[in-house]
Design a binder for this molecule. Sequence first.
Ligand code: NDP
Ligand code: OXD
Length: 309
Amino acid sequence: VKVVFHSAGLDFECWKRLLQRQLPEIDLVAWPEIGDPRGVRYAIVWQPPPGLLTALHDLEVIFTLSAGVDHVLDQPDLPADLQIARLSDAGMTPQMVEYVICGVLHFHRDFDVYQREQHHRRWQPRPVLESKERTVGVLGLGVIGAAVVDSLVSLGFRVRGWSRSRQTRTGVATYHGPDGLWQMLAACEILICLLPLTATTRGMLNRELFDALPRGACLINCGRGAQLVETDLLEALDTGQLRGALLDVLEPEPLPQHSPLWRHPGVRITPHVAAQTRNEQSVTQIAENICRHEAGQALLNSVDRDLGY
Ligand code: NDP
Ligand code: OXD
C-alpha cells in the first residue's frame, strides 16, 4: 500500500520508520517524488501543496498531521467524496494546558503590567486577586478545550466554556450556540480561543465580541489566526477595551515583518508552538485508521465536512 506524505516541518525518514514498524506493508513516499500516482489511496499531510490533490486521483482518505483541518478544507480542488481524518490529542493536550495556564497566570498576576512598569523603572505594587475572583472563558470545549477548562477549575478560577452543542463539565458554567456566546462573554476577564477555523468561527474575534467583554479583558488565541480581526484587536487595545493579547496563531504565518502586532506593547506572540503533535502518537492513530479503512470500518476522528471540523 503506497501512502504519500507531505509536511515541511516533520522528519520524513523518522515517520517512515515509525509507520513501517506498525504497518510493514506500507510504502511511505515523500511528495513530490512519489513515482506513479495511480493507486495511491492515502495521503498524510500538513498544508497540502498545490497539485497534490489533483495528482492523486485514487485518493480515498487524507490524514491531517494536525487537529485543525482548515488547511485541507480550504483547498479549492478538494474532491467532494474524499474522507478526512484529523489527529486528536496526539500528545498536544498537556502542552496546550501548560501554554494556556502560563498565559492566564501572566495576565492574572499582572506580569504584562509589571513588564511595562519595569521598562519605565516604576515600582507600583497592585492588589493580588485570588483565582476565585477571576472569571476565565474558554471558546471550544473539544478534546483540548475540555482539558484546559478542567485545569483552570483545579487552579480555582471561575470558569465558563462555550461550544456548538450543549456540553457539561464539572465546575464549569457552560454555554452553547450563538445566544450562549453573548451570555458567556459578559463576565470573561480572560478569554481563550480553542476553536477550529470554520465558516462560522472565521473572524469571530472581532470588535463586537471584544465590546461584549468586560472593559480591560485579555485575549489568548490558540485556535487559528483567521479567527481574529487584527484591526479590531489593535483598536480594542488602543482604546483600553482590551488590556492585552497573547497570540500563538496568526494570519498569515509566519507573521509578515511589517505587521504592527510585532511591536504593539499589548501583544505577545509565539510562533504557533502552543502544542506540537508527538510522532509516535500520531503514527499510531493514522496506522489504526488505515487498518480500519482497509477492513471497511468507519474512520476515527473523521471530519464532518459540513461543520468544518
Ligand atoms: P475538537 O474538534 O475536539 O473541538 C472543537 C470544539 O470547538 C468543540 O467543543 C466544538 O463544539 C467547538 N466548536 C466548533 N465550532 C463551533 C461553533 N461554531 N460554535 C461554538 N463552538 C464550536 O478540536 P480540538 O480540541 O482537538 O482542537 C481545537 C482547535 O485547536 C483545532 O481545530 C486547532 O485549530 C487548534 N489547535 C491549535 C494548536 C496550536 O498549537 N496553536 C494545536 C492544536 C490545535 P462541540 O463540542 O459542540 O462539537
Ligand atoms: C493543530 C495545530 O491543529 O498544530 O494540530 O495547530
